[in-house]
Design a protein around this ligand. Structure first.
Ligand code: SF4
Ligand code: SF4
Length: 381
């Protein structure tokens, strides 16, 4: 990080004023907090709601919350939630209709009554995940009005990672651990003996105006060096990696690889990976009526490509086996997403690895497919 006139320091004890200003400006601050044995995202009122001193152990199929040996407020990695639960809620009403006295039906679009969100503690990989979903929901031809409204109103406060979980591979996907752009304010948390502060970089007009209302000072070279070594440490701790150099050709050329059969023996088709993934966007639509038939509503809910129903078209499902569904998911994430949206559908957050009940790891699966191709080449040489 080069010292610029955009780099400042906010003392740990002044961080509460960030919350105060956000609330005063009408935002709903949301961010990490400890609940039900995990670090989840929820509405926050103050710094005290943050997971001070908490961290976690993560690995394939494993997540254990534990106490840190310091008082870091952001000394952990991604948990089961992602920001999509706010921008693209798990369940949302699209419209409702009433039967009128003359027997016709009036329909009105559902109103979004949510306050604008201030996302606090967005990791670099998750900022990329938001940008991936922007491509889906904010495209020119078919924008999703609810998503567009929430996204345009949201304020994004990044906290760069100072550590990586065993399941993280953002460096392989070029999405972290430091956010480069697309945020309103980026913070890097520094604990140096008794000194506890945040290196702050505003990234937008809103970020500058927010900072203007929070006690801050110009960052010195030592602060900037500390922020650099913080994200360097996360890079060095990166738990996993994936070679994506020729990923499209590799996956398109291996629809019949024997690995898909092996996966079928383990995958439960539970869909956890898709629920936890910050970029997965599939949904279904359901109509409900009350018993009188006078009132009807249409709801949208998250769905998963792992369910049999998801690919049902007249006469049956086009992906009847678990093998075909896992293959569809992985190939879409890493290959067809490029053709569809011009970017990868995976940001290397590692959630699908941690929250898979049987510990299936997409980085390992890609490695095994790659190895099987190499082995065949050697055998045929
Ligand atoms: S596929 Fe897995 S690692 Fe990639 S973005 Fe989704 S949850 Fe994260
Ligand atoms: S890969 Fe894991 S999380 Fe995903 S559907 Fe299969 S068992 Fe469930």
């Amino acid at each position: 990080m080069a010292k610029t006139d955009k780099t400042f320091v906010i003392k740990r004890n002044d961080l509460q004023s960030l919350f105060d200003v956000l609330i005063e400006r009408g935002y709903a601050p949301v961010g990490p907090t400890v609940r039900d044995g995990a670090i989840v995202y929820d509405e926050l009122r103050s710094v005290q709601d943050l997971p001070e001193g908490w961290t976690e152990d993560q690995d394939a199929g494993t997540y254990r919350l534990k106490q840190h040996d310091d008082t870091a407020l952001f000394g952990f990695n991604n948990g089961p939630h992602s920001w999509k639960k706010y921008l693209f809620p798990p369940r949302s009403k699209l419209w409702e209709g009433e039967k009128t006295e003359n027997g016709s039906f009036t329909v009105k679009d559902a109103e979004d009554t949510a306050k604008p969100f201030a996302f606090i503690g967005v990791r670099a990989c998750d900022l990329h995940a938001i940008q991936v979903q922007d491509k889906v929901f904010m495209n020119e031809k078919h924008p999703d009005p609810a998503y567009v409204g929430r996204r345009n109103a949201a304020l994004v406060i990044v906290v760069n990672c100072g550590q990586a979980a065993k399941t993280c591979f953002c460096t392989s996907m070029n999405t972290g651990p430091r956010a480069e752009s697309g945020y309103d304010l980026a913070l890097t948390e520094i604990l140096d003996g008794d000194d506890h502060y945040f290196v702050a970089e505003p990234g937008s007009k809103d970020g500058f105006s927010l900072l203007a209302e929070i006690p801050h000072m110009e960052a010195g070279n030592n602060n900037i060096a500390a922020a650099d070594s913080c994200t360097k440490r996360a890079e060095e701790q990166m738990g996993r990696n994936i070679d994506i150099s020729d990923i499209k050709d590799l996956l398109y050329g291996n629809y019949d690889n024997e690995r898909w059969q092996e996966l079928e023996k383990r995958c439960l088709a539970c869909g956890n990976c898709t629920m936890a993934c910050p970029t997965c966007f599939c949904s279904k639509v359901e109509d409900v009526t009350d018993l009188t038939g006078d009132h009807a509503e249409r709801w949208r809910e998250w769905d998963s490509c792992f369910t049999m129903d998801f690919s049902y078209i007249h006469g049956g499902s086009v992906r009847p086996t678990t093998r075909s569904r896992y293959r569809q998911w992985l190939v879409h994430k890493l290959a067809t997403w490029h053709d569809q949206f011009g970017m990868s559908g995976c940001v290397g957050c590692g959630r699908c690895i941690t929250w898979c009940p049987v510990g299936i790891d997409l980085t390992e699966e890609v490695r095994l497919i790659r190895n099987s191709v190499k082995n065949k080449e050697v055998a045929n040489a």
